[in-house]
Design a protein around this ligand. Structure first.
Ligand code: FCB
Length: 478
């Protein structure tokens, strides 16, 4: 299905812009860059925007590093023209951004706030004028606070409201946005937000988190229906399936991986692409899984056919068996599957502490492809690394580690394509440094540096490397 992959020596030096060793992709494969509304927009109280759960969470002491908030972030709301110019010079085919629900419906319901939609309207037109195809994510974690106050994703009403919101957005932008993503990483919304409490709304619940997972999926299915009715070209969802590696090959650790597969992967993949709830859910959840939030017909809603599945991938997770925090399953307040997660220590790690093991990207994709025959074509909607960047004496950011990370992961992706996985495109995370959730501004994922004092943008070496890769791909496949 593809030209031969250009195999290179994996130990080739990672010179910053050297294009001597570039991965090759089939004709038609597209490249893009990704961001998300709360992480870049700022302007938290402008244009009629209502508060989101992240505005609330950031204001709770001790939640976010250095007490950071997204109030200003990269000020993209005012500087989007400059950011689109950066995308144009980068040469990307597509830009993945997200729409802030609280800009469109400040209290999570009712008619659209025209000023909120106007912003995205201007952004979309600016992109099209620059020859860049817009890809809109409808939900990248910034739930209107008013909906959280009514139960958030724990309640079905939020899924229904999500479909109403989707209709308002697609009504306005559907004529110009070809690619739509309903949810970004519902794993994080449900489990990091409602079980572990490290993301907004910061809850630590068992049943609540499982109900949230289900309602997110129902919301996705209802939104797909709304997008189909509007006749848009491509509809998908972005998941973050994990590559889970046992700490040892003991039976206990292997059983722990089995449970973690349910939590991380099968909760989403099974209903979406196999039309069933996860096979091992009882033994994984224990008493928390009463399933009372499920209704007949939900699986059909959830499993509506998609044009693509978005995959975000960064690093593998090491899984070990661990005692349950509370021996009595009924007493557990958070989802607790008796597992300890850690990062491999024997390889280079990014500033997130994440291990860099590129071949796990290939393995994950090949494995998904084998396990889910109904899996639609894949689009990589995020991949990238946070590094300790600094501005050198020559005024530039020589982020050789990020270049090496991107190069090695793109080679790993090319290997998955060669192995037969139908991957259509790749978005780097992220166009620019931004608000990295609970880590605030301390972690930089951008290929463009943002100076948070002046808000100036400065393309890094990785930006130039990626630009060269895109140019090279276009020349080779013309
Ligand atoms: C993903 C998120 C994205 C960004 C990256 C680093 O989980 O979707 O917003 O924070 O991680």
């Amino acid at each position: 299905m593809t030209d031969a992959i250009h195999v290179t020596d994996a130990s080739a030096p990672a010179d910053a812009t050297g294009s001597s060793a570039l991965p090759r992709f089939p004709r038609g494969f597209f490249f893009g860059a990704a961001t998300a509304s709360y992480q870049i927009e700022g302007a938290h109280d402008e244009g009629g925007r209502g508060p989101s759960i992240w505005d609330t969470y950031c204001r709770e002491p001790g939640r976010v590093a250095d007490g950071a908030t997204g109030d200003v972030a990269c000020d993209h709301y005012h500087r989007y023209r400059e950011d689109v110019a950066l995308l144009r010079d980068l040469g990307v085919d597509s830009y993945r951004f997200s729409i802030a629900w609280p800009r469109v419906q400040p209290t999570g319901g009712g008619k659209a706030n025209a000023e909120g939609l106007d912003f995205y309207d201007r952004l979309v037109d600016e992109l099209l004028a620059a020859g860049i195809s817009p890809a809109a994510t409808l939900y990248h974690w910034d739930l209107p606070q008013a909906l959280e106050d009514r139960g958030g994703w724990r309640v079905r009403e939020t899924a229904e409201r999500f479909a109403d919101y989707t209709r308002l957005v697609v009504d306005r932008l559907g004529d110009r946005v070809p690619r739509w993503i309903t949810l970004n990483e519902p794993f994080c919304s449900a489990f990091v937000g409602y079980a572990i409490g490290r993301h907004a709304p910061g809850a630590r619940e068992g049943r609540g988190a499982l109900a949230a997972a289900h309602h997110l999926l129902v919301g996705h299915g209802l939104a797909v229906r709304a997008l189909r009715e509007a006749g848009v070209r491509e509809v998908g969802i972005t998941l973050n399936p994990d590559r889970l590696l046992p700490a040892t090959d003991s039976a206990a650790d292997l059983a722990a991986v089995r449970r973690a597969e349910t939590l991380h992967n099968e909760v989403w993949l099974d209903p979406l692409f196999a039309g069933r709830y996860p096979a091992h859910e009882r033994e994984t959840w224990g008493e928390s899984a009463d399933g009372s939030y499920r209704r007949e017909g939900d699986l059909i809603t959830i499993a509506a056919p998609l044009d693509f599945v978005g995959i975000n991938y960064y690093r593998p997770i090491t899984i070990a068996d661990a005692p349950h925090r509370d021996a009595d399953p009924a007493a557990r307040t958070a989802v607790d599957i008796g597992v300890e997660e850690s990062w491999r220590q024997d390889v280079r790690r990014t500033t997130m502490g994440w291990p860099v093991v590129p071949h796990t990207f290939t393995d994950l994709l090949v494995d998904l492809d084998r396990r889910y025959p109904e899996l639609p074509p894949v689009v990589i909607t995020e991949n990238g690394s946070a590094e300790d960047d600094s501005v050198a004496e020559d005024g530039q950011v020589h982020d050789a580690d990020r270049v090496a990370y991107l190069r090695d992961h793109l080679f790993a992706l090319a290997a998955a394509v060669e192995a037969g996985v139908d991957v259509r495109g790749y978005y780097v995370w992220s166009l620019m440094d931004n608000f990295e959730w609970a880590f605030g501004y301390a972690k930089r994922f951008g290929i463009v540096r943002v100076d948070y004092d002046t808000l100036e943008r400065l393309p890094k070496d990785s930006y130039r490397w990626y630009r060269d890769l895109i140019r090279h791909h276009k020349q080779e496949t013309q």
